[in-house]
Design a protein around this ligand. Structure first.
Ligand SMILES: Cc1cc2nc3c(=O)[nH]c(=O)nc-3n(C[C@H](O)[C@H](O)[C@H](O)COP(=O)(O)OP(=O)(O)OC[C@H]3O[C@@H](n4cnc5c(N)ncnc54)[C@H](O)[C@@H]3O)c2cc1C
Length: 303
């Protein structure tokens, strides 16, 4: 473990839309910053198709996030693809990864969310062997195969639509009797798609197959043969680092004020990890911008 000799004005943890936008704003304020993000691009890079980011029309999540990463790198800002494992608040913040300790006067946590698991037996063992949490990454493996999608929100429907471009049949398993959560535009597309079959009022109870998924058993007792199943049941916030520093949470999200400040001095949060009302790319970007501006103002005042 090495200690980075530099003291940064600001360390941004997370390289999704919130962290990257914070970096762009901080660079324009000429702050000395570091971005640490395990997966540059973040969750947004997993979206198969984004149609609601102004000026982009239709764009894949990967393409949009590559543009944002490039935008940050064009400011000569370093993005370290490392996992932060610990934050210690001393006089300044010490941010520890497996490789090094980085020190920053201010921190913006933009660590987003992780995919929610179904919590069934053998889910971990079969992940990557027919169980997937990322349709954008894995849909291409299902050419002429049969795939299932568990869930009933935007992610589930967009996953099913993407899979239908490759698979010969796609099932959606949803525990309610209709879709009420997703954008109506996605529901309409699913309704029109002949390859997609919806099975409502069921839960997946068991994964079938020994070394690879062969199907699922449903709560109504039926079994469905599948080559793979995509779990698209939402996300949980990555709040472990915030909890270490005594940051106040609200229903497991970080409580922030209008300036993206938390209860811990010098510790800001932005994006899907906060208690905001809309978890989208545009709101994550906006919060990242505000967090950078707030950090800058405190640094200028010498707080
Ligand atoms: C399938 C899918 C489709 C979507 N489609 C749309 C859409 O069409 N339009 C839209 O606006 N939104 C969409 N979203 C939502 C959008 O992706 C999120 O709102 C957005 O990505 C939130 O940005 P963020 O920066 O807060 O977090 P994330 O994008 O989740 O980024 C978090 C970053 O933090 C890093 N990180 C986490 N923990 C650590 C750690 N310990 N150490 C270092 N780095 C860490 C991650 O690696 C990542 O770089 C979609 C989401 C999904 C899952």
């Amino acid at each position: 473990m090495t200690k980075d000799k530099k003291d940064y004005d600001l360390i941004i943890i997370g390289a999704g839309p919130a962290g990257l936008t914070a970096a762009i704003y901080a660079a324009r304020y000429k702050l000395n910053i570091l971005v640490i993000g395990q997966l540059p691009g973040g969750t947004a890079a997993e979206a198969s198709e984004i149609c609601n980011y102004p000026s982009e029309g239709k764009i894949s999540g990967m393409a949009l996030m590559q543009k944002m990463v490039k935008n940050v790198k064009d400011f000569c800002i370093e993005i370290k693809s490392e996992e932060v494992i610990k934050i210690c608040k001393k006089k300044i913040f010490e941010i520890q990864t497996k490789k090094a300790i980085y020190c920053g006067k201010k921190v913006i946590l933009a660590s987003g969310t992780k995919r929610r698991k179904l919590g069934l037996e053998r889910e971990g063992e079969l992940a990557g062997k027919g169980i997937s949490y990322c349709a954008t990454c894995d849909a291409g493996f299902y050419k002429d195969k049969i795939a299932g999608v568990v869930g009933g929100g935007n992610s589930a429907l967009t996953a099913a639509l993407l899979l239908s471009k490759f698979a010969k049949q796609v099932f959606i398993f949803y525990r309610h009797d209709k879709f009420t959560k997703p954008e109506p535009a996605w529901v309409e597309e699913v309704e029109k798609n002949k390859k997609i079959k919806k099975i409502f009022n069921v839960e997946v109870k068991k994964f079938l197959g020994v070394s690879k998924i062969k199907g699922v058993e449903l709560s109504n007792g039926e079994t469905v043969n599948l080559d793979g199943v995509f779990i698209e049941i939402g996300s949980v916030p990555s709040i472990e680092l915030a909890a270490q520093c005594g940051v106040t949470l609200e229903k497991n999200y970080i409580r922030v004020d209008k300036e993206q400040k938390t209860n811990v001095a010098g510790f800001f949060a932005a994006g899907d990890i906060t208690n905001n009302v809309l978890k989208q790319i545009i709101t994550a970007c906006a919060e990242g911008a505000i967090a950078a501006q707030s950090a800058y103002q405190e640094l200028v005042k010498g707080n």
